[in-house]
Design a protein around this ligand. Structure first.
Ligand SMILES: [Zn+2]
Length: 300
């Protein structure tokens, strides 16, 4: 997990805690303006102090006073003077017994989803295989890819080919969801959009912009490239930059998941040997083919 994502998630949790505590403080100041509440409250605080100082057991009295305070607050129509934390497990601290609380992990995931570029995610467990023509094949393919999401990514290029609408995007949305739940920084791009960035990066003289346009594709833990082969090709730029991204990611063992209408033979014709050999390399790639009808024409 990138520290910056964790820090940002922690900041959101801290803010939630601050707001909840602030709300309680505001309620208290408001209630203290009422003289009978004030005397009840002061008695409660004095009793607490006395108990601490003298070791005297005042629990029964404290309980009674607390219940009177609650009643008084209700009659004044003022909310709790104790903070009501959004997460009961950690009191909005983000940690339980020195470990990340589930609320913090959820916040990390929210950030990762928001920044992934995926408009919609799907859960492997919700997939209805009846929509596919070859149900069993698809079932085994989904299982294989779900398992891959929890692997050490020895195979770090996944190439999924198939015609439009056969379910390539559906599969990648499931994979992205699974990977985000493992707290990976996931980036989705269409081949078209990425290529536009290649062109911008190539054209600019601003070195910082030049690098930053490419960095996101190089540095994301997992990169999804949708519809490879639909970019507006520029012979000078397409091959070199695409190779650079694919190769750098491969060297750094950062997985790249590519969907395309092109099959493996088209790939060799469409790009040069350097790119296709990287993608097709049996040692470190998984190449899948999804056949079937256009699912979008069916009512899914
Ligand atoms: Zn929590």
């Amino acid at each position: 997990m990138k520290p910056s994502v964790l820090e940002r998630a922690k900041h959101i949790i801290d803010l939630t805690r601050y707001e909840n505590e602030q709300r309680a403080n505001e309620n208290k100041s408001k209630a203290l303006q009422d003289p009978s509440f004030k005397s009840l409250y002061n008695e409660y605080v004095d009793t607490m102090i006395m108990q601490a100082k003298t070791d005297q057991d005042c629990n029964v009295k404290l309980k009674k006073l607390a219940s009177e305070i609650d009643k008084k607050l209700k009659s004044l129509k003022i909310g709790s003077i104790e903070p009501i934390y959004s997460c009961k497990k950690c009191g909005d601290s983000g940690f339980v017994d020195g470990k990340y609380c589930s609320c913090l992990i959820k916040e990390v995931n929210n950030i990762l989803i928001k920044e992934s570029g995926f408009e919609k995610l799907e859960d492997f467990k919700d997939v209805k295989f009846d929509i596919f023509k070859d149900k069993e094949y698809m079932q085994s393919l989904y299982q294989k890819m779900q398992k891959w999401c929890h692997s050490n990514f020895e195979k770090n290029i996944i190439f999924i080919s198939g015609n439009t609408g056969v379910g390539k995007s559906h599969l990648t949305r499931c994979m992205a969801n699974e990977l985000i739940n493992e707290n990976y920084v996931v980036l989705f791009t269409t081949s078209f959009a990425m290529h536009q960035d290649f062109v911008k990066s190539h054209m600019t003289r601003d070195l910082e912009l030049k690098n930053s346009l490419l960095d996101r594709y190089l540095n994301a833990d997992i990169l999804f490239i949708d519809d490879l082969g639909t970019e507006l090709r520029n012979p000078l730029i397409t091959i070199n930059y695409l190779y650079h991204v694919i190769n750098e990611r491969k060297i750094n063992k950062r997985p790249t998941i590519i969907t395309s209408n092109l099959d493996l033979y088209d790939l060799q014709d469409y790009y040069d040997e350097r790119i296709s050999s990287r993608i097709i390399d049996k040692q470190s790639s998984i190449c899948l083919s999804i056949q079937g009808d256009d699912l979008r024409l069916k009512k899914v």
